[in-house]
Design a protein around this ligand. Sequence first.
Ligand SMILES: C[S@@+](CC[C@H](N)C(=O)[O-])C[C@H]1O[C@@H](n2cnc3c(N)ncnc32)[C@H](O)[C@@H]1O
Length: 321
Amino acid sequence: MSLSMQEQIRAKVREGYGTIARTEQSCCSGASCCGSTPEVARELAVKLGYDPTLLETLPEGTNLGLSCGNPQAIATLAKGEHVLDLGSGAGFDVFLAAQAVGPSGKAIGVDMTVEMLAKARRNAEAFATRTGLGNVEFRLGEIEHLPVADSSVDVVVSNCVINLSPDKPRVWREIARVLKPGGRVAISDLALLRPLPEGATSLVDALVGCVAGASLVSDIERDIRAAGLVDAEISVKHEYVAVMENVGDSLYQQILALLPEGRKLSDYIVSADISARSSRAGDKHVPGTGPGGGDDARLHDEAPAWHQSSSCCGAGETGCC
Ligand SMILES: C[S@@+](CC[C@H](N)C(=O)[O-])C[C@H]1O[C@@H](n2cnc3c(N)ncnc32)[C@H](O)[C@@H]1O
């Protein structure tokens, strides 16, 4: 993809999330499939496994219902660790990570949308007042060009963001660059089991809504391995998208109309939990030589673990990306 095409995609994504940051619009507005009312966003987070008590510590307007998974559940953060959140939005996972790593640790969020960053920084002030923690920092930047030093981070988390990048191999290389030796990756994102029909990938709302740019699971595995990360595991979850197709969300209805008869959206799109780690200091990474006979990415296809009902648009619940 040419650089100008990449820039055009980033501009569309930036515009979409700038609007969401300014208006906190709901996906039920039909404008795009992102964002929810505070109540719906909270309910979605609880269904994704976030601790309701910890959610209470978040300043208002932090959880915009933009998540599609729970990276912290696979991150197992420890006190003193330095965590980097790619595409941190209004700060949702950053504030939770900051509490997990405590005052001796640090949580850094990177986002390219100025309005989101401004919102996150305002939220950081309220967060510091509520918790006494000053260990968060938000940096303006693109995840393809991280404003972060080499080998400086213990854990990279991200929630529903890498699908939005027009240069995903570069994002994975940047992750590998900033991780300390032995550092780890805990990422949730939308992924494809098979390519979407062409009409669906050209919908701008589908791009901003975390659908059109999603990668095939096999391409994610390839990018992780090519970046030199090891021990990759990808767990796919069908139920997240199944919920949305049941609820009449306008974007998902548009895409559904483009699918071959009899196909469901969840035959194509899934939520994926992705973990991997940087090879240890001095390790020379040789593909296929990891523990257990190889470091090839392992794919888990998980049985639905949470909600079959609920929803946003239509029945009134659920954030969409
Ligand atoms: C779906 S939202 C997720 C926000 C946050 N992770 C959450 O769960 O609340 C995507 C965020 O990623 C940011 N983003 C998208 N593409 C990006 C890129 N290439 N570089 C940096 N930030 C990006 C957007 O500005 C937006 O804030």
